[in-house]
Design a protein around this ligand. Structure first.
Ligand code: PLP
Length: 419
């Protein structure tokens, strides 16, 4: 019963150092967030001890009477949050949710049509080293080379040409809304199943600030840890009972063994919080902050320094900085922001002239700072710091001091001495 700092001081130091890093820097990785303390409590709880293979009421282990309550709550809350008939909340991650979805709706060798990885798609949408690229015959659609938008007529032509079994809509790096009704119409026209992966924008959907895919898709998958801000994990929604049964058996025993009951309990709490006005306010601040960042990177000064924003702005929680004409490549820009205390990730822009490990873009996200309490005033300040850094126009020490002042003004996990 010794505490971690006694049993394993090296790992205890990792936890403490990471808490200090999260507190003292500004987290702008678009896929990250800060979970509420209540979620940390579930994840660090005795539920981690419990095996519960199967589903509530039909487990392969005894002693599941309490974890069943947690999973039922998570399912009910997910369904009501997104207006779906059925939910599976067991996937350990977004990628394992996607593996279960694909194995439920396609056979190896079938054709799947999704957004190209380098145009903002995800690994699980058919990247060649991923299970999805290895098991299925992958065809991709991309964004338009002029507008950087998805052109639904191009998606339709690809679908008509390749007759895919599955059409995938959803993205990891695309700053605009998608037309889910148009995707469904194309799927119906070619007899495909429409799968939407809303991992990135699920929080915006829950708040009513992004179109909901759920009424249009045959199946919708998601993570819980990005805009929703819950535990690192996944879930799947559908309105179709037969498909739901297939999805269940493709999650367990198809892809996974025992569900992570401590994480499922934390998902239940995250879904409960996502139904509140406070959550909606946070998503609104997330969107407004992203627009302020986009504004700062499209000023005359930014453009003169070779900095711009793909599609000219954003409808979502992220901005794709376009550095094709900047002397800084994606790697150098990521490092420059890191040096002033802002964490982002470099990201290939579509048709990127630079290699994938270097890139000509940055993906800058606002969910974590919105969770930390940032509103327009703070986002305008951080947007200015980013713009000056990318323009190589500011004094490094002064910019770092401005980052520190913002971080200090919005303490993360106040009252938590250590973790
Ligand atoms: N789907 C999309 C669209 C994503 O962006 C991601 C994560 O980046 C995933 C799925 C995978 O989630 P995870 O990292 O939990 O496996």
């Amino acid at each position: 019963n010794e505490p971690l700092e006694v049993v394993d001081p090296e790992i205890a130091a990792v936890l403490q150092n990471e808490l200090n890093r999260q507190r003292s820097t500004l987290e702008m990785i678009a896929s990250e967030n800060f979970v509420p303390r209540a979620v940390l409590e579930s994840q660090g709880s005795v539920l981690t001890n419990k095996y519960a293979e199967g589903y509530p009421g039909r487990r392969y282990y005894g002693g599941c009477e309490f974890v069943d309550v947690a999973e039922d709550l998570a399912r009910e809350r997910a369904k009501s949050l997104f207006g779906a008939k059925y939910a599976n909340v067991q996937p350990h991650s977004g990628a394992s949710a996607n593996a279960a979805v694909l194995s439920a709706i396609a056979e190896p060798g079938d054709t799947i049509l999704g957004l190209e990885l380098s145009h903002g798609g995800h690994l699980t949408h058919g990247m060649k080293l991923n299970f999805s690229g290895k098991l299925y015959n992958v065809v991709h659609y991309g964004v338009d080379p002029e507008t950087f938008l998805i052109d639904m007529e191009v998606v339709r032509q690809k679908a008509l040409e390749h007759k895919p079994k599955v059409i995938i809509a959803g993205w990891s790096a695309y700053p605009r809304t998608l037309d889910f009704a148009a995707f469904r119409a194309i799927a119906d026209e070619v007899g495909a199943t429409l799968w939407v992966d809303m991992a990135h924008f699920a929080g915006l959907v829950a708040a009513g600030l992004y179109p909901s895919p759920v009424p249009h898709a045959h199946v919708t998958s998601s993570t819980v840890h990005k805009t929703i801000g819950g535990p690192r994990s996944g879930f799947i929604l559908t309105d179709d009972l037969d498909l739901y049964k297939k999805l269940n058996s493709n999650v367990f025993p198809g892809q996974q063994g025992g569900p992570l009951m401590h994480v499922i309990a934390a998902k239940a709490t995250a879904f409960k919080l996502a139904a509140t006005d406070e959550f909606k306010d946070r998503q609104q601040r997330t969107l407004s902050g992203a627009r302020l960042v986009a504004d700062a990177l499209t000023t005359e000064a930014s453009k003169a320094a070779g900095v711009d924003v793909l599609t000219g702005g954003t409808d979502v929680h992220l901005v794709l900085a376009d550095l094709r004409h900047s002397p800084l490549d994606g790697q150098q820009a990521e490092d420059a922001l890191h040096a002033v205390g802002i964490t982002v990730n470099r990201n290939a822009v579509p048709f990127d002239p630079r290699p994938p490990m270097v890139t000509s873009g940055l993906r800058i996200g606002t969910p974590a700072l919105a969770t930390r309490g940032f509103g327009d005033v703070e986002f305008a300040e951080v947007a200015d710091i980013i713009a000056l850094t990318l323009q190589q126009a500011g004094d490094l020490e002064a910019l770092s001091a401005r980052v520190t002042a913002l971080a200090d003004a919005f303490p993360l996990y106040p009252g938590l001495e250590e973790w």
